[in-house]
Design a protein around this ligand. Structure first.
Ligand code: NDP
Length: 234
């Protein structure tokens, strides 16, 4: 059965791989972008998830074109790394406002229609860092840990309406976000990852499409690592 899917930040990186995986299985897929436009085959909506009105307008446009969002993938996110003592309040707040509050904004907007349909899937893209911690990422780790509370509370609130909410926690994935990391940092990570390699975005996408499908209908409030074993036990 084909579904209407929204992937925030689906114009590039992990989000794009997720969007393409849904499109490949025949779903109607919308992605947000902030001016770049959408890759071919995907319905692009301009949207800044830090702005509630922009989120509302994006959902309205998707509803008109593809129907109500049945599968939400809250993927858009940013980093702004620095050590705690150097981290300004603005740096902390900006990352939280995008990664955590932004996910709340899209989840809330999607929930209205999912409740009406009595069916929905929400998948939040967190990070191994959310529960593992990371030097220089107090803001980012806090935002990603927060998503676990969001998904588990949604599970308790909406679980009886056939709506699931899960968290996917990738490890190191090769995208623009990680391309900027210094080589010595990448080498350190590589040593710590049991798989001995970084992930490709498609390996995250496979878990996300599985969570959205009928086979995962009884999986909710889960945190699924896709990290080559990096975060084991966390
Ligand atoms: P990229 O930096 O490649 O892409 C980030 C995406 O988020 C872009 O599509 C960007 O849109 C979008 N975005 C950022 N801010 C906003 C905003 N305010 N409103 C709307 N969209 C926004 O990141 P990745 O693909 O690497 O990461 C995707 C997700 O996966 C993130 O949540 C990240 O934290 C998480 N993750 C990544 C890992 C990695 O190793 N790469 C590991 C673990 C988790 P635009 O093109 O307009 O800038």
């Amino acid at each position: 059965m084909s579904r209407t899917v929204l992937v925030t930040g689906g114009n590039r990186g992990i989000g794009l791989a997720i969007a393409q995986a849904f499109a490949k299985q025949g779903d109607r897929v919308a992605v947000t972008h902030r001016g770049s436009g959408a890759p071919e085959g995907l319905f692009g909506v301009q949207c800044d998830i830090t702005d509630t009105a922009s989120v509302d307008a994006a959902f309205t446009a998707i509803e008109a074109e593809l129907g109500p969002v049945e599968v939400l993938v809250a993927n858009a996110g940013i980093t702004d790394d620095t050590l705690l003592l150097r981290m300004s309040e603005e740096q902390f707040t900006r990352v939280l406002d995008t990664n955590l509050t932004g996910s709340y904004r899209v989840a809330k907007r999607a929930a209205t229609k999912m409740l009406r349909a009595r069916w929905g899937r929400m998948i939040f893209i967190s990070s191994v860092v959310g529960l593992y911690g990371s030097v220089g990422q107090v803001n980012y780790a806090a935002s990603k840990a927060g998503l676990v509370g969001v998904a588990r509370s949604i599970t308790r609130e909406l679980g009886s309406r056939n709506i699931t909410a899960n968290v996917v926690a990738p490890g190191f994935v090769e995208t623009d976000m990680t391309a900027v990391l210094p080589e010595e940092r990448k080498a350190e990570y590589l040593k710590a990852i049991p798989a001995g390699r970084f992930a490709i975005a498609d390996e995250v996408a496979g878990v996300v499409t599985w969570l959205a499908g009928d086979a995962a209908g009884y999986v909710s409030g889960a945190v699924i690592p896709v990290d080559g074993g990096l975060g084991m036990g966390h």
